[in-house]
Design a protein around this ligand. Structure first.
Ligand code: 1HN
Length: 349
């Protein structure tokens, strides 16, 4: 059922509104239909960033400022409907970060949670809570809230990754805290690969008691994710709306890998077209391999590897691919599910 029209304004009513305004009050009936909408009405717009353009602009920043001086040398992907707000969707942030050979991005921590999705380069590292991981293209890496983290690149090539953070969520709650460690690197207390061995093999330390809201695995390597998708694609499991789609999970709880951001990877094979689907979470997509076109409401974006595109809340989305394609995606779905208002719809045709 749609909502009725707003009550008319009369001179008497307007005078009343002016009067109550002076008391820091306003009348709900003048704004009701704007704040309680029948469906999501987002300022967030569908948009695609081409990697070629992003890359050359980011490398230009490499000549302007060091990672150390910048703290983080990042270009923020600003949704064209949310300019100046440091947002790719209403609730999430995205940026493209460059760490040049020999550089460090100094240790700090903050209440915002971050994901890294590796786009280009091989073997630069990030350290989280005393463990380093050496990153490869397609790896999904978690920096949980309030964990010390720093990055470094001891390779001979630039390293570029996408940062996804819940910055607008923390802003909404006015719960942002941050501090610098005071040195480039936080001390290392465990060898690289420790978390994956301990928590990422279908095994857990026998007396392990889980305390964090995040997965204890902090790097989900692409080669494993890719193998899983391809293995599944041989047998069955082709969902008409998602192809073969897996979500990254916390192996202890089965919940999403991060408390505020949901991450997934999907395979669509050559010639596959997905049926229209929509959901109340705006989604950021990063194709890793392949080529295709995605209809987002009445827009169509054509994408290739390493492009980045965004689907706003409640927009019908369908993908069509011309070669085998693998797409990473992230959204605020875990927040919406926990709070009980996540919605999705699968079209009949
Ligand atoms: C941050 O800590 C990183 O650690 C990247 O690489 C981007 C954007 C806002 C706030 C903190 C990083 C960030 C950030």
């Amino acid at each position: 059922m749609s909502m009725n029209v707003a009550p008319e304004s009369t001179p008497e009513r307007q005078a009343y509104y002016d009067k109550i305004g002076a008391h820091n009050l306003s009348a709900l009936w003048t704004v009701f239909r704007d704040i309680i909408t029948g469906e999501p009405t987002s300022e967030c717009q569908p948009h695609l960033w081409r990697y070629d353009e992003l890359r050359s602009l980011l490398l230009e920043a490499g000549d302007l400022i060091t990672a150390k001086e910048a703290e983080r040398r990042v270009l923020i992907l600003e949704n064209p409907g949310l300019k100046g707000m440091s947002r790719i969707t209403t609730s999430l942030y995205a940026g493209l970060q460059l760490v040049l050979p020999g550089e460090v991005a100094p240790a700090h921590r903050h209440s915002q949670s971050a994901l890294r999705f590796v786009i280009e380069g091989a073997g630069a590292h990030t350290a989280v809570g005393g463990e380093r991981t050496y990153m490869q293209v397609g790896d999904f890496v978690i920096t949980p809230s309030w964990q010390w983290h720093d990055h470094g690149n001891d390779t001979s090539e630039p390293m570029i990754w996408l940062d996804g953070l819940d910055i607008p969520v923390l802003k909404f709650f006015d719960a942002s805290f941050a501090e610098s460690f005071g040195a480039d690197e936080h001390p290392i207390s465990r060898p690289a690969g420790d978390s994956l061995a301990r928590y990422g093999q279908g095994l857990l330390p026998v007396d392990y008691k889980h305390q964090s809201l995040n997965s204890p695995i902090f790097n989900y390597p692409y080669d494993r994710t890719r193998d899983a998708l391809h293995k599944l694609s041989e047998s069955s499991d082709w969902d008409p709306y998602h192809g073969v789609k897996l979500r990254y999970v916390n192996p202890v709880t089965g919940d999403w890998a991060m408390p505020t951001i949901g991450t997934s990877m999907q395979l669509l094979n050559k010639g596959f077209s997905t049926k229209p689907y929509r959901s109340s979470d705006a989604v950021v997509f990063v194709p890793v391999e392949g080529e295709g076109r995605t209809r987002i409401g009445d827009r169509i974006v054509e994408w290739g590897p390493r492009d980045i595109f965004v689907v706003p809340s409640w927009h019908w989305v369908s993908h069509e691919v011309s070669t085998d394609s693998v797409l990473f995606s992230y959204s605020d779905r875990p927040c919406q599910e926990k709070l009980g208002f996540f919605r999705e719809e699968h079209s009949a045709q």
